[in-house]
Design a protein around this ligand. Structure first.
Ligand code: CUA
Length: 344
C-alpha cells in the first residue's frame, strides 16, 4: 500500500526527490514565516488585526480538530471489524454528525466572520483619511483633507499616527489589486470603477509591510509597500515637512543632478513640487529620499539603488511604465540619484 501511495505521489510530482524537496521547502517556509514580524497576521499591531488573528486561530484550531475527527472516523470505518462499528450506521449518528453539526458550525462561523468584517468597514469619524490608488505596479497615496480633497501626495509608503483608526479609501487606476497589511488588517480589493473603504489602527509605532494580494500582471510580486506608524507628534512633524516643496539643492553635484533630471524629461512622468517637474503618470518624487523603498518595496532607497533603477528599470522590474535610461553616463547617473536621494 505504501508503495502504491508513493506511485500515486510520483505521478503528481514527478520524482520522490521532488516530494522530499517540497516537504523540506514547506518546513523551511513555516519556520521562516515564524521569524517575520513585519508582515504577519500572527503579529497583530492593532485592534483590527487582533480580531483577524483571533478569527484565524478559531478557524485553524477548529478546522484542525474537525479534520482529526474525520480522519479517526475514516480509520475506524476502514480498519475496525464491522460488528464493532455498527454504531456508525445508526441513523441518528448520521443526522447529528453529518447534517446538524456542519450546518450549525458553518452558520456560526459565517455570523462570526461577518461580525469581524463589519468591524473593519464600519464608518465613523476617523482621525485621518488616506486614499490609496493601485497602479501597475505601485501605490499612489493621497492624504485627504476634511472635504476629501488630496492635500499631500506620496507613493509606496503610508505614514499614520498611532492609536487612532485611519480610514482607507481604496481605488484602482487599471486592474484589480488588493490592499493588504497583514499585521494591521485583513485584505480588501481595489476594483475598477468602485471605491472600497476600510479602516485600521496601529497600537504602537513601527514599520509594517504590505503587499498586493491579487494577481495583477507580471510584477504583482514586486508590488509591496510600507506602513510606518508614528507617535502623533512625530506624525504631525513629518506631515508638516512633507507638505513643503522639495529642498533646493546647494551642492554642485546635486544642482547638476536636478538639471539632468529636468533635461532628461523625468518631469514628464514625475512631480517634484517646487520644480517644473509636474508629470502625474508615475510616483510623486518630492520627498522620495525620505521613503524606505523605491519601486514599491523592491529596493531600499539609496544612491546606488536609485541609479540602478534609473538606468535599468526594465531589467529590475520588466514591463513597468518607466523606460530604462541606459543612455546616461555614470557621472550623470550618480548626480541624478544623489539629487533624488537628497529629497528628504
Ligand atoms: Cu497589484 Cu497584484
Amino acid at each position: 500500500m505504501r508503495h502504491a501511495m508513493w506511485r500515486l505521489i510520483s505521478i503528481h510530482y514527478g520524482e520522490r526527490v521532488m516530494v522530499h524537496r517540497a516537504v523540506l521547502g514547506l518546513i523551511a517556509f513555516v519556520m521562516l514565516s515564524g521569524c517575520n514580524t513585519q508582515q504577519s497576521a500572527f503579529h497583530p499591531g492593532g485592534p483590527h488585526a487582533d480580531r483577524v488573528e483571533t478569527l484565524s486561530w478559531v478557524m485553524f484550531i477548529g478546522g484542525g480538530l474537525i479534520f482529526l475527527l474525520v480522519i479517526v472516523l475514516t480509520a475506524i470505518a476502514m480498519f475496525v471489524a464491522p460488528e464493532r462499528r455498527q454504531w456508525m450506521t445508526n441513523r441518528r449518528f448520521i443526522i447529528w454528525l453529518g447534517i446538524v453539526f456542519p450546518v450549525v458550525t458553518l452558520t456560526a462561523l459565517l455570523v462570526y466572520g461577518f461580525t469581524v468584517a463589519r468591524h473593519l468597514v464600519t464608518p465613523g469619524s476617523p482621525a485621518l483619511r488616506i486614499e490609496v490608488v493601485g497602479e501597475m505596479w505601485w501605490w499612489r497615496v493621497h492624504y485627504l483633507d476634511a472635504q476629501g480633497t488630496p492635500r499631500l501626495v506620496s507613493a509606496n509608503e503610508i505614514r499614520i499616527p498611532t492609536g487612532r483608526p485611519i480610514e482607507f479609501v481604496l481605488k484602482t487606476e487599471d486592474v484589480i489589486h488588493s490592499f493588504w497589511v497583514p499585521s494591521l488588517a485583513g485584505k480588501l480589493d481595489m476594483i475598477p470603477g468602485r471605491t472600497n473603504v476600510y479602516r485600521f489602527a496601529a497600537d504602537r509605532p513601527g514599520i509594517y509591510r504590505g503587499q498586493c494580494a491579487e494577481y495583477c500582471g507580471d510584477q504583482h510580486a514586486l508590488m509591496a509597500f510600507y506602513v510606518v506608524a508614528m507617535e502623533s507628534n512625530d506624525f504631525e512633524a513629518w506631515y508638516a515637512a512633507q507638505i513643503q516643496p522639495a529642498a533646493e539643492p546647494v551642492v554642485t553635484q546635486l544642482i547638476q543632478g536636478k538639471e539632468l533630471f529636468l533635461q532628461n524629461g523625468c518631469g514628464a512622468c514625475h512631480v517634484v513640487r517646487g520644480t517644473p517637474a509636474n508629470g502625474a503618470l508615475g510616483p510623486d518624487l518630492t520627498h522620495v529620499g525620505s521613503r524606505l523603498s523605491i519601486a514599491a518595496g523592491t529596493y531600499p532607497t539609496n544612491v546606488g539603488t536609485l541609479a540602478g533603477w534609473i538606468s535599468s528599470s526594465q531589467h529590475l522590474k520588466p514591463g513597468n511604465l518607466m523606460p530604462s535610461f541606459g543612455n546616461l553616463q555614470g557621472e550623470e547617473l550618480r548626480a541624478i540619484a544623489a539629487y533624488l536621494e537628497s529629497l528628504k
